[in-house]
Design a protein around this ligand. Structure first.
Ligand SMILES: [Zn+2]
Length: 132
């Protein structure tokens, strides 16, 4: 990937990793931070989803802080928050929209295997939604 102006999206390797994590997580949503290294390569840092219910996610502040600190140590720049919809497409739920409003990162949502597009990026502000 050498495009200077890349759309925000998971590359194939990152998407494959999310799919593998999803397989292990069953019906629970998977959460991660998407970061890039100095060479622009994507790195995914998984966050623990503490939500007991399926169809939801809950990331603790301490987990998030620990992962962000690790990213800083590794010289990574966090570019997006990623979560999955194991049984739906990559569209925001009303609850997602509320959380997104309170977040500061762009989001990437990865939908289930049957959906196209498989992933959708939400830039900030919400009015600038990037549709792939
Ligand atoms: Zn969601």
């Amino acid at each position: 990937m050498t495009h200077s102006k890349r759309a925000l999206r998971l590359n194939q390797a990152s998407l494959a990793l999310v799919v593998a994590w999803q397989r292990a997580a069953g019906s629970h949503e998977v959460c991660a931070l998407c970061a890039v290294d100095h060479a622009g390569r994507q790195r995914l840092l998984q966050l623990t989803n503490h939500a007991e219910l399926t169809g939801a996610f809950e990331v603790s502040r301490s987990d998030s802080d620990a992962v962000r600190a690790a990213a800083t140590r590794l010289g990574l720049k966090i570019v997006a928050f990623v979560h999955t919809h194991p049984h739906h497409g990559p569209d925001m739920s009303p609850r997602d929209a509320q959380c997104f409003d309170r977040d500061t990162l762009p989001w990437i949502i990865v939908g289930d295997v049957a959906t196209l597009p498989r992933q959708r990026a939400y830039a900030r502000p919400l009015a600038d939604v990037v549709v792939h």
